[in-house]
Ligand binder design. Sequence first.
Ligand SMILES: Nc1nc2c(c(=O)[nH]1)N[C@H]1C(S)=C(S)[C@@H](COP(=O)(O)OP(=O)(O)OC[C@H]3O[C@@H](n4cnc5c(N)ncnc54)[C@H](O)[C@@H]3O)O[C@H]1N2
Ligand code: MOO
Length: 616
Amino acid sequence: MTEGEFDAALDALAPANGGAGGPVSRPGDRMHTHPRVHTDADTYVHTDTYAHTGTHGHTPQDTVAGMSATCAAHHASGSGEPSGTGPGGPSGTGPGGPSGTGTGPGGPSGTGPGPGVPSSPGDRSGPAPGSGDPARPKAPTTSGPRPPRPIPPGPRAHSTPWRTAREIAGRAVSGPPVPTASLLADALGRTLAEPLTALSDLPSFDTSAMDGWAVSGPGPWYIDRPGGDRTTAEAKQPTDAIKEPADKTADTTDTTDKTAHDTAHDTAHPGILAGHAPTEPLPDGHAIRIATGARVPPGATAVLRSEHGEVRDLADGRTRLYAPRPVSPGQDIRPRGQECRRGDQLLPAGTLVTPAVLGLAAAAGYDELTAYPRPRVEVLVLGDELLQHGLPQEGRIRDALGPMIAPWLRALGADAAPARHLADDADTLYAAIATSTAEVLITTGGTASGPVDHVHPTLRRLGAEVLVDGVAVRPGHPMLLARLGPRRHLVGLPGNPLAAVSGLLTLAEPLLRTLAARRPAAARRTPLFGSVHGHPHDTRLVPVAHRDDARYGLTAEPLRFHGPAMLRGIAAADALAVVPPGGADRGTEVELLELPWSAGGLTDWSSSDGWSSSDG
Ligand SMILES: Nc1nc2c(c(=O)[nH]1)N[C@H]1C(S)=C(S)[C@@H](COP(=O)(O)OP(=O)(O)OC[C@H]3O[C@@H](n4cnc5c(N)ncnc54)[C@H](O)[C@@H]3O)O[C@H]1N2
Ligand code: MOO
């Protein structure tokens, strides 16, 4: 069955099942919404496959999240990967015993390894379906007795609830290291360790807000030149005329109207420019041309914009500046200290240094900022099958994680060196971890229990303390977190690319956040544009895109191509939706994990500071 045929089949199913998912056919890469299906076993195809085969059964999940087992099976067979007949043996033979033995996620503290952080009250990855969590939709009713569900092997037995895992990662270190001073440019993406206090008044002098004339008192005004030579700007005007006291009652019969433009753009007499030294006081009744940002001379009472002034040659040969509209005192002058006085706190400690903060700091007189250093992170990409160039071929695939993980870590505030590629060799991995000087090591792949999955044995060999060993989240459940030593940690990301993203956001992000003293992103909840099926026990992270909806306003639209081995969905996503066990219907508000580039966050991912593991 082709992708299109599969989608058509799902569309056809929707009305038959009650169409709970809203519209079923939309353009683009959006995931189709699907009816809630009738049996618990059918609700989450991925896990069912797991349960029946004792091995991973990704294929249905790779295609569409919320779909019936029937469709999934069709799709799986159409895609060339058998459904439910994996190497793990016949249905129901997976190790782990029946469900309900207390190994499911979400129990009281102690179900996860490590420090035993209790589940947060809102942790919905905890109890098994149907256990009365009011926030979770009820499990669909079944038509007959349900056979016991075998527990899948491996990490499942140790799975830490998703929220608990995040809390453990966030508390794995007590706080950031000692702050350091750095040049402004180097502080980007770091967190201020001290309040940003104004080193100067801002503005530090009375400033013209507009190009025009600084004027003193009511008009009309004689026009001066800067530099103390009090002459008119107009060559025709006798010098002595402007040395006379201003005569506000003089005959103002025009002979010629010069437009303001003519005068304002007289480059021979540009007036007071930004950056110029202070000028003499401006006497009452006088005006002087001034540029935006220039110091307003003492005595000036307002700035008249060039487009609001009229320079007229009078019958008596004099030239005067007129303001057809009333000029209010202080108009278009930014008084000294308008934004802040020296010593004012501009930003509190704990502020993320964004480009705007750099600008403010520079404006306020800073050359350096005291901020927490970026955590130094090393990425080790494992897998002999990985190619770094060219087309996938002969069973080998391109490394998708090396190019992705290091810049993503930088966006999370880390100083990540370019990824290193290691052969699938236990001693190589051991040496790389043992000799690394990084505060955080990230490995990709090798977390499961295959013949060349060396991460667990290597951590044992290193005597590491495993804080999280498997998380009740899909994809990515084999992810792990280990303490290698004081303030040295390792996050093991699963090799499947979207599973690695899940691990990055579940374990690496909270750890790096604490190390970098970054504040957690404000929790954001958004209604789902379409239904998403849930895993029976585990939290799901599903790529979503923001989408306007007539009924719900801004919604999160689940995207297709969200299987563990796929990046197509996440690459088009704005966020990952946190789907609780049991799933969520259209319109249900779900928590979103915003992606750094869509959250308005800082995406300082371009380069590292150039450190390598040989640095001290
Ligand atoms: N018996 C079991 N087998 C597996 C389980 C399990 O519970 N029991 N879990 C499955 C799940 S879920 C995942 S996720 C993976 C995790 O596997 P590893 O972390 O050991 O990763 P690998 O086996 O090395 O690779 C898995 C998959 O990902 C591809 N890969 C690896 N690195 C990259 C990369 N840098 N770029 C692109 N793709 C990569 C690799 O070729 C494999 O296809 O284990 C399941 N198995
Ligand atoms: O399928 Mo795994 O869930 O990629 O972690």
